[in-house]
Design a protein around this ligand. Structure first.
Ligand code: ZN
Ligand code: ZN
Length: 284
């Protein structure tokens, strides 16, 4: 464990996370909706919701740009048929999504992978020049114990796990162990498990302050504001502890949950701006 932490430290230094780039701030942050599950049960997000309550659930990734780097938060999935099996529609190719905010997939330097569910880890192939940041605990669990636990396997796809193992062999994975501030310039990552074994929250230093993307550690604002457990958590106790941790690590900054319907249905109510068909601006 210690060796891995040291290895990550060395990698960060090599990437320029040290003094030279300390204080690098992201000037722009967007979230891009790449697909939607229309009229999905609200109980998917908020445990205990009435069975007839429905909501359009967005599937999204976020993108941060500084003058030196482009960082993507989560890689989505790229097999529309796979999503269709979960009732997800309107999948959009990433080159088109990124073009809406003036970027190319080739420009992406780093992708944080919050966890290995298909809708967050299935699109690594679309970022040919990126390095991927993932928690050791998540990769080890998904590659090891998970396949023997049929109750926990839902939303994991073997090919996504194998792709991450292969990327790791190719030297394209920064395997982090817990909380690492400055893992790459301007990005802090934190272990916030419960949804899965190694779900990770990523916080960005931006020109408008701190922005934390919790991914599925917090599905919607209501999970956190009303202390409503996640609709899906492999370990409910850990997930509740992660709610507390996320409140702490936010440090008064802005939270972007993993599947918040309001982000795209009514961004204005949250202080964000719709900038194109699929994109909202969080920091601009
Ligand atoms: Zn998930
Ligand atoms: Zn998800």
């Amino acid at each position: 464990m210690r060796a891995i932490a040291i290895a990550v430290g060395l990698i960060c230094t090599a990437l320029g996370a040290g003094a030279a780039h300390a204080g690098e701030r992201f000037e722009k942050v967007w979230c891009l909706r790449y697909a939607t599950a229309p009229a999905a049960p609200l109980s998917m997000l908020l445990a205990g919701s009435p069975p007839d309550a429905k909501v359009d659930v967005p599937f999204a990734m976020c993108v941060a740009k500084s003058d030196r780097h482009v960082v993507v938060l989560d890689a989505g999935y790229v097999d529309p048929a796979l999503g269709a099996g979960y009732g997800i529609t309107g999948w959009t190719e990433y080159a088109k999504l990124l073009a809406e905010i003036g970027l190319l997939p080739e420009q992406v330097d780093f992708v944080t992978i919050s966890h290995l569910h298909f809708d967050h880890a299935g699109g690594t192939s679309r970022f040919p020049n990126a390095k991927f940041i993932v928690q050791r605990r998540e990769l080890e669990y998904a590659a090891g114990a998970l396949p023997h636990n049929s109750a926990a396997k839902s939303a994991f796809v073997a090919d996504d796990v194998l792709a991450m193992v292969r990327l790791n062999w190719q030297g394209r994975v920064l395997l982090v162990d817990g909380d690492v501030e400055g893992v790459v310039p301007g990005v802090d990552v934190y272990l916030t498990p419960g949804h899965t074994a190694g779900t990770m929250t990523a916080c960005l230093d931006t020109v408008r302050g701190r922005v934390c993307y919790s991914s599925d550690a917090v599905y919607t604002y209501r999970n956190l504001e009303e202390d409503i457990p996640l609709g899906l958590a492999l370990n409910g106790g850990e997930a509740v502890e992660s709610f507390k941790k996320i409140r702490r690590i936010l440090r008064g900054g802005l939270l972007i949950p993993g599947h918040e319907p309001r982000l795209f249905a009514d961004p204005k109510s949250l202080g964000f701006r719709s900038v194109s068909e699929h994109a909202i601006a969080i920091v601009e």
